[in-house]
Write a protein that binds this ligand. Structure first.
Ligand code: ADP
Ligand code: MG
Length: 676
């Protein structure tokens, strides 16, 4: 049985179909067999129009008339009258004008959608439509729906798969047999049959469990194998230089927290080992991660090694360069800043200094990973807000050294250990679970837009006392489609109204880098009282004198994002405040109430994880690269099971090459999480 056979050899697959399949990346039998349905329609309970009641319903009807009109910008409404022998009803679709072409011609369709009261009448909202003649009538009542392929309908895919069914039945197991047994999973072939030809929802659930487990197992096995491989890699050994580290700590304007000490010590010990460090430094907003990276850079420099510190935004790179210059230059180290806005001669000179070792610590954005940047002797790499970077970018930076440099990834996003393993491979974790001394918990309050006047009075008192405030809006410019606040409008409003006696700054992503810089610098130097900004300040920004964070349309943000924004204040001994102004004066949701109650990023991320999924919280880039079809990273129980099996596989010395498909998948993931 050869899964690499091209699809055109299958009965009924002509030239045109082959082309269409190929355009969708489906070339071989194997491709199609693993082309999984994106959903299912249940045609087992078709109701007649006369008997329909509100809820998710399926009818068998034809379309009598259909038309589309533009309701407002960005919204097209398609309305149709559907009929069967018992009566008529109305269906509507939003932004699906192609329905008119699809439904013309008077043929019968199954329509599945929500039958509900909307716009003053009962109607079927956004129903799916499957031609009755295309749906297999025989046994299957639950019909798989495949991702739309241009010009090719679900039923063609179903037909080809039906041809392939006998072959799918014979597919060999892809996982080790004993694992399948131990975990109580169904076989590979049963799982694919369950997804393509389900007889009930139970079949689908079991199939998903099996294939989801397999995906996680691939990922975690790759991590285990990389761990073994990384332990064999040769890195730079950097001996502990106690006087240098002590001198660094002594000149700090504060005492390190115990958590910072512990993390720093873990890094120093890793530096001494013969293989490269791969460590995640996890600490909630304001826990003081930057200084830990600074200390590590100091330690690296004692043995003549350069350090690179990469941040996701120019604003942040600038800030880190300032902070680290203050900490390191008095000790004789040279700190350089490389971002997109360093140009011309200055850039050339910087390249030179990086290449000849005149600069010890290079802080920068993605600009650091360009080909033209050559290091003299790169020994330590720190990636700040690492979830903002893709795997490839991390690897590009690591490549800039003859031997692998030590790697410190930093994040405020609380990642459960099991999840960190799947996302970043087998790494070591240091946790800053302690805030610097003297910090008061931030007081957080939900605020109705009706009582803005009182809120502005409270804020003005803080400003009068010499403190500063952020006002966050989600948009740059006003948008006629919705009534979210924009920074442009809000900037004008505050300037002319309640805060006309204060100095107000404006910051958003469309400003030129130099303009952003200038505004940030004015704010940091306390030349601006209120910074009206978009979420460009969401991560990392550190202006300790700012004590007020006001977020407009707060209900539009995720909890983790609100927590990050809130983390811009509470960075000094002053009491700080976070005001979450809701879009309407209606009672705020339970979800939003959580952030009022909790200052704990871990807790809030867990709620977000349930509500919005991991991509939202742990970085879309990295989550996307994993390309999981079925498994969800939110399923920590299944991750733990797969993790146990991956360990066992490695520890019992099983031969990966014995399992062809497994080996191929694992190799793919190994490339994602390897250091090398
Ligand atoms: P984050 O972990 O969010 O990246 P930062 O590194 O930006 O935090 O540090 C937050 C602020 O706390 C900075 O102004 C920093 O100078 C200060 N800071 C860091 N460590 C301590 C400490 N041990 N005591 C007091 N202030 C500290
Ligand atoms: Mg930070």
């Amino acid at each position: 049985m050869d899964l690499n056979v091209p699809l055109r050899v299958v009965k009924g697959v002509g030239e045109k179909t082959t082309e269409q399949l190929s355009a969708a990346g489906l070339e071989t039998i194997g491709d199609l067999i693993t082309f999984l349905p994106r959903g299912y329609e249940d045609f087992s309970e078709v109701v007649s129009i006369a008997d329909i009641s509100p809820g998710k319903r399926t009818i068998k009807a034809k379309c009598d008339s259909i038309s589309t009109r533009r309701v407002r910008r960005g919204l097209q409404l398609t309305t149709a009258t559907l009929s069967d022998t018992t009566g008529k009803l109305q269906a509507v679709w939003f932004n699906q004008p192609y329905r008119a072409t699809q439904l013309k011609g008077g043929e019968e369709f199954y329509f599945s959608g929500e039958f509900e009261f909307n716009y003053n009448r009962y109607q079927l909202t956004n129903p799916s439509a499957e031609k009755v003649s295309d749906v297999p009538i025989s046994t299957d009542r639950i019909v798989p729906i495949y991702r739309a392929i241009k010009g090719l309908k679900s039923q063609v895919v179903r037909k080809i798969l039906t041809e392939l069914k006998p072959m799918i039945t014979m597919l060999p197991e892809t996982l080790p047999e004993d694992l399948v047994k131990q975990e109580g999973l169904i076989s590979y072939s049963e799982a694919l049959l369950g997804l393509h030809f389900p007889e009930g929802s139970d079949d689908i659930a079991k199939a998903r469990e099996r294939l989801g487990f397999e995906e996680l197992f691939h990922l975690l096995l790759a991590a285990q194998l990389n761990k073994q491989a990384n332990a064999r890699l040769e890195g730079w050994q950097i001996p502990f230089d106690q006087p240098a580290v002590q001198a660094f700590v002594k000149q700090l304007p504060f005492a390190l927290t115990n958590a910072q000490r512990r993390a720093a010590w873990e890094i120093i010990q890793d530096f001494e080992k013969p293989h490269p460090m791969n460590r995640l430094l996890q600490g909630d907003v304001g826990s003081g991660k930057t200084v830990v990276a600074g200390l590590a850079a100091r330690q690296a420099a004692t043995s003549g090694f350069q350090s690179a510190i990469m941040a996701p935004t120019e604003i942040l790179a600038n800030q880190h360069a300032n902070t680290l210059s203050q900490l390191l230059e008095p000790l004789g180290l040279k700190v350089g800043l490389l971002t997109g806005s360093v140009k011309g001669k200055a850039r050339e000179t910087l390249y030179e200094h990086i290449a000849n070792g005149a600069v010890d610590v290079v802080v920068g954005t993605h600009a650091l990973i360009q080909q033209t940047v050559k290091f003299h002797k790169l020994g330590f790499v720190a990636i700040d807000e690492q979830h903002r970077f893709g795997v490839a970018q991390r690897q590009e930076l690591l490549k800039k050294s003859k031997k692998l440099p030590h790697l410190l990834s930093m994040t405020a996003t609380p990642i459960p250990r099991s999840l960190a393993l799947t996302l970043y491979g087998e790494l070591d974790i240091s946790i800053l679970d302690e805030r610097p001394k003297g910090r008061k918990p931030i007081i957080t309050k939900l605020w109705s837009p009706n009582s803005r006047a009182q809120l502005y009075e409270l804020i003005d008192k803080e400003l009068a006392a010499g403190r500063q405030a952020y006002v966050i809006c989600s948009l740059i410019d006003d948008n006629p489609i919705n009534d979210l606040k924009s920074v442009q409008a809000e900037y004008k409003l505050l300037n002319t109204g309640p805060f006309k006696h204060r100095r107000i700054g404006l910051l958003h992503g469309k400003l030129k880098p130099a303009e952003k810089d200038a505004v940030m610098k004015e704010f940091a130097d306390q030349k601006i009282d209120i910074l009206v900004s978009t979420t460009v300040v969401e991560v990392g920004v550190d202006v300790p004198n700012a004590t007020v964070m006001l977020i407009e349309n707060a209900d539009r943000f995720g909890l983790s994002q609100l927590h990050q924004l809130r983390g811009r204040v509470g960075r000094s001994e002053y009491q700080s405040y976070c005001y979450l102004v809701t879009s309407t004066s209606q009672k705020p949701s339970e979800r939003l109430r959580e952030i009022e109650k909790s200052n704990d990023g871990f807790y809030l991320a867990e709620i977000d994880l349930k509500l919005r999924g991991p991509g939202e919280i742990y970085g879309r880039a990295q989550h996307g690269e994993l390309n999981l079809q079925i498994a969800t990273l939110g399923d920590t129980k299944q991750i733990a099971r797969a993790q146990r099996q991956a360990r066992r596989f490695v520890e019992t010395g099983q031969d990966l090459l014995q399992y062809k498909q497994l080996a191929a998948a694992v190799e793919h993931y190994q490339r994602l999480t390897t250091l090398n």
